[in-house]
Design a protein around this ligand. Sequence first.
Ligand code: F0G
Length: 353
Amino acid sequence: MPPAGVIERYRSFLPVGPATPVVTLSEGSTPLIPARRLAAALNCELRIFLKYEGMNPTGSFKDRGMTMALSKAAEAGARAVVCASTGNTAASAAAYAARAGMRAVVLLPAGSVALGKVSQALAYGARVLAVEGNFDHALQLVRDLCDRFPITLVNSINPFRIEGQKTGAFEIVDELGRAPDFHFIPVGNAGNITAYWRGYREYDALKTSGLPRMMGWQAEGAAPIVLGRPVADPHTLATAIKIGNPASWAGAVAARDESGGHIGAVSDDEIVEAYKMLSRLEGVFCEPASAASVAGVVRSLRDGLFRENPRAVVVCVLTGHGLKDPERAIKNCDAIPTVPAALEAVASAAGVS
Ligand code: F0G
């Protein structure tokens, strides 16, 4: 059993000291699931692994960064934290603030956050504000707020967030015994691709574990890095990554270029297709934004990326749990038939008679 929480598990790699109060919910140590049926359905020999970050305590990878951000905020004597969020950062900040006995304020783009995430932020007792604007507007407001008032910012521009999130790469290398050949990951505000690349590099410097090519994926309607310019009015059903001007843009470009990787865009249809395949073929339920990583694999197969290495080891990060966005799951399926409480009717409707 690894120690509980990423700070204890990887303490020597993190900027914490003996006096740092560790605010943890036992995050990290998430499953790395081989996806053989997915590979077979894609008619390929790739060794695909799913890093299922939905298994973190609040259902997303944000918990890795938030344990660091809140621990360091507590160490500095902060009383309140704030973030702008497409939902998962808000849920995570609210949970870890509750655990630390701090106040959390979260700014959400009005009407663009999945139901599960809103319910979490409310349940954990955050002050939840719906901003009449998109994520990029909310993030600017939060930056301005922190300039003017005594409140700690816990978006990924807080450097401790990135430090915590790099532990995802450590876990993958610890489990595989080496870095994968390719690392597929959705890109929104671009903190996570920055963090994973840092983690892989730090481990490689110490253990010569190798480096993956970093493959980042944005949604077509919200693909500023692919276009090379901010998108004023981003749109995609993958609301987690509906971001037009990522804060860690430079980090994502460095990860791509230093690793010989790629940042591409996939359509909402491709995202939904990958999302359905994951749950139906592998029993792994993630939120739509997470499926952008797998949609990226499908696209890359089509583009011949693996021609030279058809048995490559490929890790896809599934960043958030499917239960975050129950409305999307239901929208993608046929309506549930209502049947009389009678055996014949049930057998017939079930297709077993
Ligand atoms: N996947 C999910 C489920 C996310 O919630 C996010 C970001 C990403 C991918 C992209 O990660 O921003 O590090 O590139 N969600 C943020 C939030 C923006 O507010 O919860 P990134």
